[in-house]
Design a protein around this ligand. Structure first.
Ligand SMILES: Cc1ncc(C[n+]2csc(CCOP(=O)(O)OP(=O)(O)O)c2C)c(N)n1
Length: 665
């Protein structure tokens, strides 16, 4: 590769870039050494960025302190260049208490502490949608900030990244998408996967400018990313910059590269950005070989001393392993209006959103069809008209981008309420909830969180096919770090949604589609997250339910009362956090018998969790009633044969009452 001579103006930056690249290389070399040997200080895999240093060095030189960076998992260089202290980065890689995440993240998931570096992402491509969210927050807050998100050439084929590029164009977000093309998708040459060169050509299809540049030249990176960042700052939207770079070492520290042709490795070494910059600076007389060697020795010594310091530091305290999963919720009921209203469930959702948009400037509402049309069930009707398109807007049909935008924007100070149209569709984007949102508080030890709300509806209704009918609350309630609530009345639809927006952790509110048009009296208030509702008290058994099933349980309790059987009905409302105290109390007071009812399939349903907890607390006379383990058919005749209805609950209650209480072991 021949370069034009470095101009006089560029010499100071070129010298700085050389030093920064050499420091990153020395740091990576120290990591490599620490991961070797019989008792390595670095355990697990690490993915080093040797050869790619010019990308973070050039990019960060083009950015302001108020800009944000989301890095590829091969991201040590980005973390260092963004301004994290080398000791806190190496401490994290060595899983020490002193690490920026106290050993909770490790090498590939380093998260920042609210400064320029947001995070790496070890789910390749997943940073794209999060970058959209951070950019949404920056533009909403009018900071003039820009987000740079980097990812590999392999990640360019991820669906989530594609969605992020689409979403960023639609919203003209200030994002610079940076592909670090080192030619390798893990162990496979990218040329075998993508049959054309210049991945930046894809930019055209997204409707954004694209450029392919020499990613081994920090000056080219600085100048091109600078142009893209300026454009983003002017409100002209995202760009895609492909930086052609080289992977000098293996995919990860233990990679023997049996798959890699020697000639390709040698060609990569020829493009080593540090060597190239040294030659260029020597050519203009800005550095000589003695100075270069001296610099090398100084930086190697710095890295070695850093390694000595960090390896002497303590491991995390095991007593803290359970800390920072969620913020413990405290709170009392607040009546926000003492005038009772008669609202449908759908109106109650609409009014709760209206109140939140009115009272909190940081609330934004978005999803498919939620803006102009007001949602396919009318839950967001008129909100865009009242609050403007910047606060209530339509998104592309891109669930990963919707949820990722919720993650990123909530991390950056907004309170997004994102709608996923159907529970079944959340499955295409679960990564953003489970791998991303749920980890933020834990990994950052509470320095950051992702206080987003996802509204979604579920349930089987006549004619709804097997991909529009599933009750999947157990999937979400299984995940530490997520809050999950299922309102079953207009009252709860209102106050649970408001509680969710107030909560500092990610919440999913699962509405019941079948209930949208049911009317009820609503006294507008906000009740604490995690509280259940005792709908009815009875001495013979407790029927415990949530969502749509809670209404059926109440209907069944009335039918049982007509036969002289008194059932309590406990509507749990929230599965996470679970109101265990009230659950135990109600079952104790209801003949120590409990029937758990849910519309979800029986096996692995949340009923199994409730049963376990009851049994662990000494309640043995317990049973569950869910939908049998079959797919959900569209035919109402077939649905009726499966879903727990009033008759089935009555029958299961009677069977439980007639059962003799087993003796606890
Ligand atoms: C969603 C997802 N799929 C697969 C992986 C496993 N994986 C880890 S790194 C990697 C290669 C990524 O290649 P590229 O994006 O080109 O980045 P590079 O390794 O070249 O830096 C893969 C497939 C992953 N981490 N995440």
């Amino acid at each position: 590769m021949t370069y034009a001579p470095i101009s006089e103006n560029d010499v100071p930056f070129a010298l700085l870039a050389l030093e920064r690249m050499m420091f990153i290389r020395a740091f990576e070399k120290a990591c490599w050494d620490l991961s070797a040997g019989a008792q390595p200080a670095i355990i697990g895999s690490i993915h080093l960025c040797a050869g790619q240093e010019a990308v973070p060095v050039g990019a960060c030189a083009a950015l302001a302190d108020s800009d944000k960076i989301i890095a590829t998992y091969r991201g040590h260089g980005w973390a260092l260049e963004s301004g994290l202290s080398p000791a806190s980065v190496l401490g994290e890689i060595c899983l020490r208490q002193s690490g920026i995440n106290g050993g909770r993240a490790g090498s590939a998931l380093i998260m920042g502490d609210g400064g320029r570096f947001v995070a790496e992402n070890s789910i390749v491509g997943a940073g794209g949608p999060i970058a959209d969210g951070v950019a949404l927050a920056l533009s909403y807050q009018k900071t003039g900030g820009v987000v740079v998100v980097s990812f590999g050439d392999g990640a360019m084929n991820q669906g989530a990244l594609h969605e992020a590029l689409v979403f960023a164009t639609t919203r003209k977000l200030p994002v610079v998408f940076v592909c670090e093309n080192n030619g390798w998708s893990e162990l496979t040459p990218t040329s075998r996967i993508v049959p054309f060169d210049r991945l930046s050509r894809r930019a055209n299809g997204y409707g954004m400018p694209g450029a392919t540049i020499d990613g081994c030249d920090p000056l080219a990176v600085r100048d091109t990313i600078g142009l893209a960042a300026d454009r983003a700052r002017r409100g002209e939207g995202p760009s895609l910059i492909e930086c052609n770079t080289v992977r000098l070492w293996g995919h990860y520290n233990k990679d023997v590269e049996h798959y890699r042709p020697k000639a390709e490795r040698a060609a990569a070494a020829e493009r080593d950005p540090i060597e190239a910059m040294r030659r260029r600076l020597e050519a203009v007389g800005a550095i000589d070989s003695a100075t270069f060697k001296g610099l090398q020795a100084k930086l190697d010594a710095e890295a070695d001393s850093l390694a000595d310091q960090v390896t002497g530091e303590a491991a995390p305290d095991p007593q803290t392993a359970r800390d920072h999963v969620v913020q413990t919720s405290v709170g009392t009921s607040i009546v926000v209006d003492d005038q009772p209203q008669t609202w449908t469930y759908q109106q109650a959702v609409n009014e709760a959103l209206r109140a939140e948009l009115r009272e909190r400037q940081e609330v934004v509402v978005f999803g498919e069809d939620v803006g102009h049309a007001g949602g396919i069930f009318g839950c967001t009707r008129n909100l865009q008209r009242e609050f403007g398109e910047h606060r209530v807007f339509d998104t592309p049909i891109a669930e990963a981008a919707i949820l990722g935008t919720a993650v990123g924007s909530s991390m950056a100070g907004l309170r997004p309420v994102a709608e996923i149209m159907w529970m079944d569709f959340i499955l295409v984007a679960l990564d953003q909830l489970i791998n991303q949102a749920a980890n933020v508080r834990y990994v950052t030890r509470g320095r950051m969180s992702a206080p987003l709300v996802v509204r979604v509806q579920q349930g089987a209704t006549p004619g709804s096919c097997a991909q529009h009918a599933q009750s999947l609350e157990a999937l979400l309630a299984h995940i530490p770090g997520l809050r999950v609530g299922l309102p079953s009345t207009p009252q709860d639809a209102y106050d649970m949604l408001r509680a969710a927006v107030a909560d500092p952790d990610p919440c999913v509110i699962i509405e019941a589609r079948e209930l949208y048009q049911t009317k009820g009296t609503v006294l507008p208030k906000i009740t604490p997250i995690g509280s259940s509702r005792l709908r009815r008290s009875g001495r013979d058994l407790a029927i415990v339910a949530w969502g749509m099933a809670a209404n059926k349980a109440e209907e069944a309790a009335e039918a049982l009362a007509a036969e002289g059987i008194e059932a309590s009905v406990l509507d749990l409302r929230w599965l996470a956090p679970l109101d265990s105290t009230e659950l135990m109390k109600v079952v104790e007071q209801s003949g120590r018998r409990a029937l758990i009812v849910h519309e979800a399939n029986t096996t692995g349903g949340f009923g199994a969790e409730i049963l376990s907890r009851l049994i662990e607390n000494g309640f043995m006379n317990v049973a569950r009633l869910g939908t049998p383990d079959v797919r959900i058919p569209a035919s109402p005749v077939l649905q009726r044969a499966l879903l727990p209805n009033c008759e089935a609950i009555v029958a299961a209650s009677k069977a439980l009452i007639s059962r003799r209480e087993p003796v606890a072991a």
